[in-house]
Ligand binder design. Structure first.
Ligand code: ZN
Length: 160
């Protein structure tokens, strides 16, 4: 069976940046399972997998535009420290979820200077070209229940 919209795909993968450093990998875990066409993985990887079948291996470089987008300097903002009430010690590198008009967004603290905190709302992988090494472990038709829930059930997915 070939990977197409509405199939449940399981993959083993290793993700590297353009310097060859491993950023993420399924090694040691269950394969990653997702519904093709449901936007659960980055668009560039969905596209590269289309038409592949169980046992296929592929290596693909994905431009930022088809991954986590370009970096946007407008997402770097400086806020007064009192906006972080309830946080004991704010330090560079801390991450937190902020609600924005575009939905929840992961913010990373860049620096803390006196009463000001600079946060970066870019995805940590924004602006990065990504290098994926993928082995397709399984392809099957999604069940109606999975399509209505919008996620995979069973190994690598939800177990409810
Ligand atoms: Zn479900």
């Amino acid at each position: 069976m070939q990977i197409a919209e509405g199939t449940v795909v399981s993959i083993d993968y290793t993700l590297k940046n353009k310097h060859g450093e491993v950023l993420d990998s399924s090694a040691g875990n269950e394969p990653l399972a997702f519904i093709q066409g449901a936007g659960q993985i980055i668009p560039g990887l969905e596209k590269a997998l289309e038409g592949k079948a169980e046992g296929d291996k592929l290596q693909t470089k994905i431009a930022p535009e088809a991954a986590y987008g370009a970096r946007d300097d407008a997402l770097i903002v400086t806020l007064p420290k009192d906006r972080f009430r309830g946080v004991e010690a704010i330090e560079a590198g801390m991450q937190f979820q902020a609600s924005t008009p575009q939905g929840p967004r992961l913010m990373t603290v860049q620096k803390v200077e006196g009463e000001h905190v600079t946060v970066d709302g870019n995805h940590p992988l924004a602006g990065e070209e990504l290098d994926f090494d993928v082995t397709v472990r399984g392809v099957r038709e999604a069940t109606e229940e999975e399509m209505s829930h919008g996620h995979v059930h069973g190994p690598g997915g939800h177990s409810h």
